[in-house]
Design a protein around this ligand. Structure first.
Ligand SMILES: NC(=O)c1ccc[n+]([C@@H]2O[C@H](COP(=O)([O-])OP(=O)(O)OC[C@H]3O[C@@H](n4cnc5c(N)ncnc54)[C@H](O)[C@@H]3O)[C@@H](O)[C@H]2O)c1
Length: 317
């Protein structure tokens, strides 16, 4: 697995180990943390390799050792991508190319992480896997992340068509829970952290943006289920919760659960990220394809997610 020390990766390591798999995790610790892997490292069937997906020889040698691959390593999050677009394109395009190429050469099936961002600012009641992408102008760096992940999906399909690669594209919608960093603007940990410190909860825009938040333990279970059957390869799947909430309602729920007196402050989006950024107003997945294929459904509510993040921060002190 690449990106194994990250937020989703570390939870997926634990999920796969609990299912009896042996796991080799590759990570360069750019956003991942060794501490995330404490539980995984306590098990004999886990190996950690510190290295970079931009190193094709290392990627090829690790792919040769395993029987299937999950590729999660990426530059993640709109804020990071706006700060470092070149780095984002390098890691997300070249890194994914190295992984797909190694998998194709050695005949290993692979699941790669894509994102709901590939739908862009498309307006649809619920995005299904065939909903067209609608990205903004090239002058807006905000779209670099979506473009890189969209290109990854095309690369995966091209490898499948021309080199017989078995590949699944997992389109994660907002995934959150313990170990997610608020550093790059991930909204739920950011709100929880602010509420616990009695600091203002900063809402970008008017807070009417609609999102669905999926607990990471549900998301990694979906990945593990998708890896179970060869029927799932050659396809893209949405992974996410389909329970919508507005960002403002999320802020109120965080205040209610933490019992925090923090105020809610509204900040124009341009002020938060710089001029020219557009936010996505409405993002709700249609998960019927994943449900039909695997029987998976999310089991954890938004309140569960907030409580779990609070518990994690409390334990960290
Ligand atoms: N969390 C979400 O809501 C979400 C939504 C959509 C898609 N995704 C995708 O899921 C995947 C995992 O995201 P996450 O939220 O766990 O983020 P994360 O930043 O916690 O995980 C990414 C991991 O990849 C590692 N990494 C980055 N560049 C690397 C490189 N060049 N070589 C080796 N390792 C490298 C990082 O150190 C980190 O451990 C990403 O591909 C991301 O695009 C996440």
């Amino acid at each position: 697995m690449t990106g194994g020390a990250g937020f989703i990766g570390s939870h997926l390591c634990e999920e796969l180990l609990a299912r009896g798999d042996e796991v080799v995790a590759l990570d360069n610790f750019s956003t991942g943390r060794l501490e995330n892997l404490k539980a995984a490292m306590a098990r004999g069937s886990f190996e950690l390799v510190e290295g970079d997906v931009l190193d094709p020889d290392l990627v090829a040698s690790l792919v040769a050792q395993v029987d299937r691959v999950v590729h999660l390593a990426a530059a993640v999050g709109v804020a990071l991508v706006i700060e470092r677009p070149l780095y984002t394109l390098e890691v997300n395009l070249l890194g994914t190319h190295h992984v797909l190429d190694a998998c194709a050469r050695s005949g290993k099936p692979v699941l790669i992480a894509s994102t709901s961002e590939v739908y862009g600012h498309q307006v649809a009641d619920r995005f299904n896997e065939e909903t067209p992408s609608l990205l903004g102008p090239v002058s807006q760096m905000r779209w670099v992340y979506a473009v890189s992940k969209l290109a990854d999906e095309y690369l995966a399909r091209a490898y499948a068509a021309e080199r017989g690669l078995q590949v699944i594209c997992a389109r994660f919608f907002n995934t959150t829970g313990p170990r997610q960093s608020g550093r790059y603007g991930m909204v739920v940990p950011r709100f929880v952290r602010a509420a616990m410190r009695g600091e203002p909860l900063t809402v970008f825009g008017d807070g009417s943006q609609v999102r669905c938040f999926c607990h990471v333990s549900d998301a990694v279970r979906a990945v593990a289920e998708l890896l179970q059957s060869p029927d799932h390869f050659g396809q893209s799947f949405n992974i996410g919760s389909d329970e919508p909430t507005t960002i403002l309602d999320l802020a109120h729920k965080v205040l209610e659960i933490t019992g925090s007196p923090s105020p809610i402050e509204f900040v124009p989006l341009e002020q938060a990220y710089g001029v020219g950024i557009v936010d996505i107003e409405y993002r709700v997945p249609d998960i019927s394809k994943l449900v039909a294929a695997t029987g998976w459904r999310p089991t954890r509510t938004l309140a569960d997610i907030i409580s779990d993040i609070v518990a994690r921060y409390s334990a960290e002190g």
